[in-house]
Design a protein around this ligand. Structure first.
Ligand SMILES: OC[C@@H]1[C@@H](O)[C@H](O)[C@@H](O)c2[nH]c(CCc3ccccc3)c[n+]21
Length: 486
């Protein structure tokens, strides 16, 4: 029915903080996210769930089991992570590297000589590095593809203390991405990882969803993201530092690896609900891509003209879940509830489509629209690096999976260069501020026993991944009509 190329990669994505912990000895207590979700004030105020990551799916110990399940489902690629706070429990500030700045004081180059790498080995948890090598090697040893993403939200506590930032302000506390030193420290981390693990990596990503970090952390204090410090200026400052950190990390990875280096970004489809909203929504879409443009063309509203930031993107990781819908109402733009991320949990969007357990509208058209847009603007190879649904009962996931794969297929037919689809995710895991309330797995996890149980949608996934096509007998799942409520 709808065929994918023979070399199209089906797989899944995971991140360290959400998957690794769960059995004794896997804990990483010295990160901003760790202290954030353990903070009693955050728990009692309801900002975070009170669930704890140390009770997670225990991938640090059970990775062989999950790789067996993934292989059994026809998966050929995994996007994984590596936790900065785990590798570097102690600060790396004192490790000297060569920094070049332009006349405006922008960091245009960072060189991390081997001497610096050796100094970092004295600070690093080299046993943890060895264990990451074991995990990645187990997957590579099966003849599979491994994509390593360097940063997926937690920062070492010595770089970011979110409780102190919220209490004292960023000028009197370790302020993470607001601190210009974060750019150079991230580059040191990237160089260290690329130096030690480059033989196991087929594709690199520097960051997962920088836009979520600086938007949720500094403009949405009720989002449950650290540091919950409302400051649009801080949000922009963090964005600028993260974009420069990406570009300088891109350069330093290239010194140790020939593999492509990309960026994984949270894309939402910005939709106009009425004609009058169209023009503004087009502007909003452009701004949504700003960070990507800054590291692709080197000319953007975020950083202005920066030739040192041009061409720092070999591929784009597309994370897509749903849309954001806008309506023009008496001359002012609004985001009405009942669409996209803002639906009733387990209810229905105003469009009649079902919403997930998280309250996110099922809107596959948005993924096709985004892929077409990105192909038109950047013309780069892309991977779907996250797509999935919080659906504990697995009542919608088969439809979600097939309708979004159909959207990918349509975008590819229109010319989009999509190389693979990595589902979010294989197993249930720790969903940040929501803890274990939101279950995104093709595979159910009993967090008491750590036992895994395939959900029915895992079988749909296996049919499609092993055949590299959406077969006739599953094609009806691309049509959401049976799920709709008028
Ligand atoms: O919420 C599901 C996943 C997270 O588990 C991943 O770690 C993260 O990369 C990711 N990003 C998004 C879309 C942006 C978003 C994140 C968190 C909350 C709301 C929206 C959804 N997800």
């Amino acid at each position: 029915m709808w065929k994918f190329p023979k070399d199209f990669l089906f797989g899944y994505s995971w991140s360290g903080f959400q998957f690794e912990m769960g059995l004794e000895g896997s804990e990483v207590p010295n990160s901003d996210w760790w202290v954030w979700v353990h903070d009693t004030e955050n728990i009692f105020s309801g900002l975070v769930s009170g669930h704890l990551p140390e009770n997670g799916p225990a991938y640090w110990h059970l990775y062989k089991q999950d790789h067996d399940i993934a292989e059994g489902l026809g998966m050929e690629a995994i996007r994984g992570g590596i936790e900065w706070a785990r590798l570097f429990p102690k600060p790396t500030f004192d490790v000297k590297v060569d920094i070049e700045k332009d006349e405006d004081g922008n960091i245009v180059a960072v060189d991390v000589p081997e001497r610096a790498i050796e100094e970092m080995e004295k600070l690093a948890d080299m046993k943890a590095l060895e264990h990451y090598r074991e995990i990645y090697s187990d997957w590579k040893g099966r003849g599979k593809v491994f994509i390593l993403n360097l940063y997926h939200w937690p920062l070492p506590l010595w770089l970011h203390d979110p409780i102190a930032v919220r209490r004292l302000g960023p000028d009197r506390a370790p302020s993470g991405w607001l601190d210009e030193r974060s750019v150079v420290e991230f580059v040191k981390f990237a160089a260290f990882v690329a130096y030690h693990l480059n033989d196991l990596v087929d594709m690199w990503s520097t960051m997962n969803e920088p836009n979520v970090v600086y938007e949720q952390g500094y403009t949405r204090p009720n989002s449950g993201f650290p540091p919950g410090y409302l400051s649009f200026e801080s949000s922009t400052k963090a964005a600028r530092n993260m974009a420069q950190a990406h570009a300088r990390a891109y350069d330093v990875i290239k010194e140790h690896s020939k593999a492509p280096v990309g960026l994984i970004y949270s894309f939402v489809w910005h939709d106009a609900l009425n004609e009058e909203a169209e023009d503004i929504v087009k502007e909003i879409r452009k701004r949504h891509y700003e960070f990507v443009t800054a590291v692709h063309s080197g000319s953007s509203g975020l950083l202005g003209e920066r030739p040192d930031m041009k061409g720092k993107l070999d591929w784009i990781g597309v994370n897509y879940y749903t849309r954001v819908a806008y309506r023009m109402n008496n001359g002012s733009i609004e985001v009405p509830p009942g669409y996209g991320y803002m639906c009733e949990r387990g209810g229905f969007a105003k469009s009649g489509r079902p919403a997930s357990d998280f309250g996110w509208e099922i809107y596959p058209e948005g993924l096709e629209n985004i892929l077409r847009d990105l192909h038109r603007i950047y013309g780069l190879p892309m991977m779907i690096t996250e797509n999935g649904i919080a659906d504990a009962a697995d009542r919608y996931r088969p439809y979600y999976l097939v309708s979004h794969l159909k959207a990918v297929h349509s975008a590819m037919e229109a010319g989009a260069d999509v190389r693979g689809y990595l589902h979010w995710s294989l197993t249930d895991n720790y969903e940040w501020a929501q803890g274990f309330r939101m279950r995104f797995g093709l595979v159910h996890v009993d967090f008491e026993t750590k036992k895994r149980y395939l959900r029915p949608s895992a079988l749909a996934f296996r049919e499609i991944a092993t055949r590299k096509e959406i077969p006739e007998e599953l094609s009806h799942l691309a049509d959401l009509t049976p799920l709709m409520r008028d």
